[in-house]
Design a protein around this ligand. Structure first.
Ligand code: PRP
Length: 194
């Protein structure tokens, strides 16, 4: 039973349990550990949504690794991604000749990750790959190469395990549908449908 009390009836059906997430993260960590054995690996978390996933993932990867963070924002109308992404925080350390792995909580339109792939590539890593916990492929607007994917997700707005609605619910340990249609009018940039 969760220790977190939710007083918002819009937090609905649980799509992924704590156990399902933990099992998949462990599998991803082992796979990444095998693929990068003996390499100079840097995991690059995308703030803020990836922090819960990243913190579990790094503890599932055997071997040495480093961690850095980037942050990006899409701006324009708040209910729709404008397609314009800008960097809010770039890498803190050089990754020249290292193997970079961008870690995201979710890929929706793909605009954020496509932009960050180009941005991180400009730092000239030895290799560049992506690891995403949740893939909403039905929502894609630009193609992005995903190397490690946790789960394919239906076109539903979700919260928990790092994912938020208006800044809340990142601390839910499992992943739930958030029923936007019952929303009280607070707008959000990642709607379940256009
Ligand atoms: C979310 C998520 C991705 C992006 C995916 O971030 O963490 O970075 O949206 O959407 P896209 O594929 O349509 O670009 P958000 O902007 O909600 O910020 P957050 O990580 O701080 O929650």
């Amino acid at each position: 039973m969760s220790i977190i009390a939710i007083d918002d009836e819009r937090v609905g059906e649980r799509l992924l349990s704590i156990e399902q997430i933990a099992q998949r993260v462990k599998e991803l960590g082992q796979q990444i550990g095998n693929d990068y054995r003996g390499r100079d690996l840097v995991l690059i978390g995308v703030l803020t949504g990836s922090v819960v996933f990243l913190s579990d993932l790094i503890r599932s990867i055997p071997g040495n690794l480093e961690v850095d963070f980037v942050a990006a924002a899409s701006y324009g109308a708040v209910t729709h991604s404008s397609g314009v992404v800008r960097i809010l925080k770039d890498l803190s350390h050089p990754i020249l000749s290292k193997d970079a792995l961008i870690v995201e909580d979710i890929v929706d339109t793909g605009l954020t990750l496509a932009y960050l792939i180009d941005r991180v590539a400009s730092h000239q890593p030895a290799s560049l790959a992506t690891c995403v916990l949740l893939n909403k492929s039905a929502r894609r607007r630009v193609p992005v190469d995903l190397n490690y994917v946790g789960f394919e997700l239906p076109d539903r707005f979700v919260v928990g395990y790092g994912l938020d609605y208006a800044g809340r619910y990142r601390n839910l340990p499992s992943i739930h549908v958030y029923n936007l249609e019952e929303s009280s009018g607070i707008e959000c940039r990642r709607p379940s449908a256009d």
